[in-house]
Ligand binder design. Sequence first.
Ligand SMILES: Cc1cc2nc3c(=O)[nH]c(=O)nc-3n(C[C@H](O)[C@H](O)[C@H](O)COP(=O)(O)OP(=O)(O)OC[C@H]3O[C@@H](n4cnc5c(N)ncnc54)[C@H](O)[C@@H]3O)c2cc1C
Length: 326
Amino acid sequence: MAKEIWVYAEINNGTIAPVTKELLAKSQKLAAEMGGYTVAAVLAGKDNKAAETQLGRLGAEKVYSLEHEGLEHYRADFYGSALAQLVKTYEPEYFLLGATAIGSELAPTTAGLLETGLAAHCIDLRWSGERLNCMVPAFGGKVVSEIYIPNARPVMASVRPGILNVEEAQEKTPEIIRADASFLNDVTSSEEFLGFEENESNGADIETAEIVFSAGRGAASDASWNAIQKLAEKTGGAIAWSRSFIDTGRVEDESCMIGTSGKSVKAKVLVNAGISGAAQYVCGINKCRTIISINKTPNAAIFAHSDYGVVGDADRILPAVLAKLQ
Ligand SMILES: Cc1cc2nc3c(=O)[nH]c(=O)nc-3n(C[C@H](O)[C@H](O)[C@H](O)COP(=O)(O)OP(=O)(O)OC[C@H]3O[C@@H](n4cnc5c(N)ncnc54)[C@H](O)[C@@H]3O)c2cc1C
């Protein structure tokens, strides 16, 4: 086994995913605590040159670069086979991926091929002095369980994006290892790449926005929802929602949902409107600096997680705030 912590470098539209940066910084910190470990990034693609040096700036001491025509577009089975073979060749002890849409599929696919252990959707990784503990929320976020993988190697973990509070990594000049990708000529994929369609953006990204307005079931009326949209537009904020808000039919998908099965936000200001404060929701907001909640029920659980609470009807309060801003 090589004393290496690998980080899968996820590239979207030529850009390194923010979670890769978070994982490289975290790995540097872990490597220092563990002693004698090297932080390496793993790149898979058709042409990796541009990303290779960038990964050094983000803290990678080594970059394993796998280039092949078949890696031009992500396909779970093909990428999984590529990563599994790379692991078999270089035998790292730890392998971390972001729990993004791609990582949440690629991590178990690769772990399955390697018959190793994977801690999925972690919110933190901690070195105990003897083992790597992977912190994973359980029972809808009510408890955080400590998972470690005693025997199988590599230890694999996927970590939720936007949740690691890490300093910038120290810049490195990475050693580039161009891995032999010829074995991929014999790998067949059951998936065919047909095309790439970008999701129409509905404004700022909730994971990086400084101001987030989040709508719950109690803010699904025209009055509240229109005000939330205008407030976001006026302040350059992002719009998020709870699970129950989707159930109202106002929005269709989980792309901006906060919570255990959604995203985590770390806004400077988060405004919750008509949200009760279920454990599955609040575990996605605890990194926000200032939390303001509007709820008509005085003892709503959300108030225990808020810096400011407004007891009242969101249908009246949100338009009033908008009018004040205008
Ligand atoms: C395994 C599992 C995973 C889950 N994952 C998630 C997740 O990732 N994210 C998530 O959000 N949920 C998740 N849930 C669901 C979660 O348990 C809650 O049901 C959900 O968060 C509730 O959403 P809500 O607060 O919008 O709605 P509700 O709980 O219905 O609360 C609505 C609130 O609005 C208030 N209200 C009503 N009208 C007004 C008004 N006019 N003005 C002001 N306040 C008003 C009410 O007092 C109430 O507090 C999960 C559940 C399970 C079991």
